[in-house]
Design a protein around this ligand. Sequence first.
Ligand SMILES: O=C(O)CCC(=O)C(=O)O
Length: 211
Amino acid sequence: MKPFQHETLPGMQYYAHFVTAAQQQHLLHHINSHPAAWKRLNNRTLQNWGGLPHIKGMLQTPLPPFLLPLVTQLTDARVFATPPNHVLINRYLPGQGIHPHVDGPAYKPVAAIISLQAPILMHFYHTTQHGAVGQRAASMLLHPRSLLVLSQHVYHHMFHAIAETTVDHIDQLVLNATPDQIATTIPRQERTSLTVRTSCRTIPNMLGRKR
Ligand SMILES: O=C(O)CCC(=O)C(=O)O
């Protein structure tokens, strides 16, 4: 499978069809069967699997069985050299998003983002010389069942974000837009994503799985 890449975002790879429709259904079924795992934030809800953040590292708990085939698939595809140990599941309703951020040093510098349900626009920003969010460099349209990999320069030195909007506007900076998509809009629908990463420091959780 050959990824889409672009010189504006060094270290970004986009695979339009990484999971099958059946895998998508299977993942959503299991995600939805853990209602108590959702944590509600102002701008999204999330499930945290694999460990709890701790000042000394991540208090590690085993990933649930429904995530293991995806971890194997990502490792087999050489997105990760060794099986990743942490999965953050984000769910966005129309109007919700995630502020510009870098994933930072708590994780090894590879993030794999699987998109499910509906498309969404992810924006990328340069970093100013003071380390703040700079100009928008580019955007990527993340289609359902796609995989976006962030590593190298785009992981370390660029911010990424999803706008809190009910409509995504496709402009010239959307690197993977087709010519007929430019200047069109895409209304937001519920969208779920899985961000798969490897926590650098882990501490075995002697209390077992905690949520
Ligand atoms: O939902 C997404 O696609 C992005 C999630 C993200 O940036 C993160 O979990 O750090």
